[in-house]
Design a protein around this ligand. Structure first.
Ligand code: NAD
Length: 405
């Protein structure tokens, strides 16, 4: 923990009941395929509108990105997404595997002089074509490569979780500020059209006053696969399902409410004797209490079949996103007045391209990114509090605040 956290007092009894709420609200409502805009019960759903463009199309010079780490996420999602970018372009690669780097450089037309390994990484400072380093390494390496990137005079886009401790996050923020460069965390869901639409509907009061949120993210951890082998190691991953996918449940609760939690309570469970969970936790259930009174019940697990969903209950209806945070095919439904949930059709948008273009636009126009280092730090602090609450079997107080912007 980077800061001492006081045990909760006043709201404790109320808050301790919140894990039970998740069960009560867990049932999935029946839903039809009617288009948004049609009547739902007594009230109409808002008409479908294109999601807010996070980035205006641009035809001028593009911002050059170097991708650091050519693993599963980088090669399967990020590199292909550059094709959909209007402001960001792929110009560099950093990899410890020369053959792979060469093959990928040829595939994406990256010049050989813009390909680095982890030893030569700092020489990137002399490469004017590279404006941004995008760190897509195991979690425990985020801080080192983000700071080295900033010291090399580059803007940094860093994957989630920002780092494995709040102290590391603070060092990353300092390094970017000292260098006068931007630091953004890769919270793709904050650029995903269904999630943006959900935020907008909540803000507009379409489901009334928000009361509770449930958010669940799970999948089976398979350490026999290269991209999961480091996830089972505490030194590389920093933690288990919470750090990796529970962060999406936490993020959803924060961006839907637009608030910072006042208090967390939590429990963890790891199947005894399962070697996958010798170093990291399998499952976490955590509850967040927000200043407005919203209670969020969240889970993450490496032990159950894939699921990534959340539901927001208001006093006039609810929003359901299932899946909520998939790479493709997220589905948003809304229910009003106790009627079955209806599909809200949201035009497709490439969340990875939107995220990279957003940073490019911020660099070009001198704006602060929507998901800066401070946003990543807030999550890491809350996750540290979640682990403390679980470890110490007590609720943990946090600052609580309203988000800016
Ligand atoms: P991965 O294992 O497939 O990729 C990691 C890369 O880092 C590999 O190319 C590996 O060779 C390299 N590496 C360099 N030094 C290493 C070391 N000491 N030990 C292990 N690997 C080393 O993992 P991934 O699934 O691509 O995840 C990478 C990062 O991206 C993680 O921080 C993860 O949280 C994040 N991620 C984000 C999303 C998202 O949707 N935003 C999705 C998946 C992963």
């Amino acid at each position: 923990m980077s800061e001492p956290l006081e045990p909760a007092r006043g709201r404790r009894a109320f808050f301790q009941q919140t894990l039970a709420l998740a069960t009560a609200f867990g049932a999935t409502a029946a839903c039809s395929r009617r288009t948004a805009g049609e009547k739902v019960g007594a009230e109409a759903l808002p008409a479908t509108e294109p999601p807010k463009q996070t980035v205006a199309a641009a035809s001028g010079p593009r911002v050059g990105f170097a991708v650091v780490g050519l693993g599963k996420f980088a090669t399967e999602q990020i590199l292909p997404a550059f094709a959909a970018c209007t402001r960001a372009k792929l110009v560099g690669l950093v990899s410890g595997t020369p053959d792979k780097a060469k093959r990928i450089a040829e595939q994406y037309g990256v010049e050989a002089k813009n390909v680095y390994d982890y030893k030569s990484f700092d020489r990137i400072r002399d490469n004017a074509a590279i404006d941004v380093v995008y760190v897509i390494l195991p979690n425990s390496l985020h801080a080192e490569y983000s700071e080295r990137g900033a010291r090399a005079g580059k803007h940094v886009l860093c994957e989630k979780p920002m780092a494995i401790t709040a102290k590391e996050c603070e060092g990353m923020i300092r390094a970017s500020k000292t260098a006068g460069k931007k630091l953004m965390i890769g919270y793709r869901a904050q650029f995903e059209p269904n999630n943006l639409r959900a935020i907008e509907l909540v803000k507009r009061g379409e489901i009334g006053k928000v009361k509770t949120i449930i958010a669940d993210h799970g999948r089976i951890l398979r350490p026999e696969e290269p991209s999961d082998s480091w996830r089972a190691k505490r030194a590389l991953a920093g933690g288990g399902s919470l750090m990796d996918i529970g962060i999406y449940s936490l993020q959803a609760a924060r961006y839907i409410t637009g608030e910072e939690p006042l208090e967390v309570s939590a429990r963890t469970f790891s199947t005894p004797g399962d070697p996958r969970f010798a170093e990291i936790e399998e499952t976490v259930a955590f509850s967040l209490a927000f200043p407005s009174g919203v209670l969020a019940n969240c889970t993450s697990s490496y032990g159950h079949a894939e699921g990534k969903r959340y539901r927001v209950f208001g006093d006039k209806g609810y929003l359901d996103l299932d899946p909520a945070t998939a790479y493709e095919g997220n589905v948003l439904r809304a229910s009003k007045g106790g009627k079955p949930a209806e599909l809200i059709e949201v035009p497709h948008g490439n969340q990875f391209a939107a995220e990279m273009d957003h940073l490019a636009e911020c660099i070009q126009s001198g704006k602060e990114p929507k998901t800066p280092g401070e946003e990543g730090l807030r999550d890491v602090r809350i996750m540290e509090a979640i682990y403390a609450a679980a470890r110490e079997h007590r609720p943990v107080r946090l600052g609580g605040d309203t988000q800016h912007g």
